[in-house]
Design a protein around this ligand. Structure first.
Ligand code: NAP
Length: 430
């Protein structure tokens, strides 16, 4: 079968770009056979042209001038896998303005300037595809944009950062401290030397912004996302979770409530029976709740050169086929600014650890504080006795604002020595 040649320009040739080049070299014939397009990388832009990248032998020219690649007459389609905001943003805008489809894996850029880029794709009438930007190899963007386009998405809850999931898994299964689990993750290459983006949940927040944008057609940037990382999770929290039938996970949640869009990232206790509880080590998973579909879960490798390149390649084939047929794929359309759900309005169950005097009447005083702030208690357990007594509460669903005022008043209550960990609980009541 004769296939149309689509000439690809690669912006960046690191982990993802080099894996993509290898996949195109090894799967090119099968792609041409199945999709009717032959992909040919004609140009690659990098910072250091002298670096050996173990690339398959082909005729691609290597340049350190990415603007010339975008403008080149032998580039029909641009793949951006260089990362960062600039020059990636300017290069993508230039490609779209020139009528060249773009495939990107750049979550940081989409979370900061997605609306601008999608508007430019709309104006240019070309594809801007980004499957790899969230959860690497897991098909998520296309299911949200296309397969579930007719449903009303209620909420998307995901484990979207492999590094933190690895750390929390080791804390749970090997009883490690946060510091030891982080050191192990770094030694194994699951965590960067500077782990801030992962452990402080900046990476997960960027993904939450993109998920919320696509699930709800709203302009959501990373600065709209409420964010708490995992650095303050202790071995005692992990142990308490285990005793109560939960595991601690870093969750990214995008939801629509009262006509508002909410996006947040924070650690939470997940019931062991919930499908997300079984997602271990560096794996990712996303749990989607749709009004008609009910529950859908997608699971897989959220990072790594080849899993991510696989998602990029799927988009490249899609865009190349559209180019060959003279059309374009499903569009995102215009992302509109919607009212955001403030964190204070979020409804969740909570876990609280309270150190209180172990004497008659104290429990009634503490319970009264919860009651006056409209937070009802689902379960209470006492651990230890005397000075070491700790009360472990799990609440029914409550508003974050009510929970916060409860904690404030507990801190001012004489019989309460200390309010320890407060964690959200993933429950059915949300
Ligand atoms: P990487 O290994 O650091 O590679 C980046 C590449 O871009 C390098 O080849 C670099 O050139 C080139 N580059 C950077 N700035 C440039 C500039 N100003 N001009 C020319 N070339 C430039 O990154 P990666 O891991 O492949 O990630 C690429 C993108 O995929 C990022 O947006 C990342 O967030 C996203 N992503 C990655 C993963 C993953 O598992 N790695 C998963 C999901 C999404 P030199 O090689 O010469 O330095």
């Amino acid at each position: 079968m004769s296939s149309l040649v689509v000439r690809v320009g690669l912006l960046g040739c690191g982990n993802v770009g080099a894996s993509l080049a290898q996949m195109i070299a090894s799967n090119g014939d099968a792609i041409a056979e199945r999709a009717g397009v032959r992909l040919e990388i004609t140009q690659i832009a990098v910072r250091d042209v002298a670096k050996d990248r173990g690339l398959p032998a082909n005729s691609a020219s290597i340049t350190d001038d990415p603007s010339s690649l975008v403008a080149a007459s032998d580039v029909d389609l641009v793949v951006e896998v260089m990362g960062g905001i600039e020059p990636a943003r300017t290069l993508i805008l230039a490609a779209l303005a020139a009528g060249k489809p773009v495939v990107t894996a750049n979550k940081a850029l989409l979370a900061a300037a997605g609306a601008e880029l999608f508007a430019a794709a709309e104006a240019g009438g070309v594809d801007l595809l980004f499957e790899a930007s969230v959860c690497g190899g897991i098909p998520l963007m296309r299911p949200l944009r296309e397969s579930l386009a007719g449903d009303r998405i209620l909420r998307v809850t995901g484990i979207v950062n492999g590094t933190t999931n690895y750390i929390l898994t080791r804390m749970t299964e090997a009883g490690q401290s946060f510091a030891d689990a982080l050191a192990e993750a770094q030694a194994l290459g699951f965590a960067e030397a500077d782990p801030t983006a992962d452990v402080e949940a900046h990476d997960a927040a960027a993904k939450a912004a993109i998920i919320a944008s696509i699930a709800f057609g709203a302009e959501v940037t990373d600065s709209d996302v409420y964010r708490e990382g995992i650095t303050s999770i202790t071995a005692a929290d992990i142990e308490a979770a285990r005793e109560l039938g939960y595991v601690v996970k870093l969750l990214a949640v995008a939801e629509e409530r009262d006509g508002k869009v909410g996006a947040r990232v924070h650690p939470a206790m997940v019931p062991v029976q919930h499908p997300l509880a079984s997602v271990r080590e560096a794996f990712n998973a996303v749990f989607i709740e749709g009004e008609a579909t009910g529950e859908v879960m997608l699971y897989g490798r959220g990072a790594g050169g080849f899993p991510t390149a696989s998602a990029v390649l799927g988009d490249v084939i899609d865009a190349a086929k559209n180019l060959a047929s003279g059309g374009r794929g499903a569009t995102i359309g215009k992302l509109v600014r919607r009212e955001m759900l403030p964190m204070e309005g979020v409804v969740s169950q909570y876990y609280l650890e309270v150190e209180a005097a172990d004497r008659p009447g104290v429990l009634a005083v503490v319970a009264d504080v919860f009651g006056r702030h409209e937070v009802s208690i689902e379960s209470m357990q006492q651990r230890g006795i005397g000075e070491d007594a700790r009360l472990i509460f799990v609440t029914h669903s409550a508003r974050e604002s009510d929970l916060r005022s409860t904690v404030e008043e507990l801190r001012e209550t004489d019989a309460v020595h200390r309010v320890g960990s407060v964690l959200r609980v993933l429950g059915s009541g949300e």
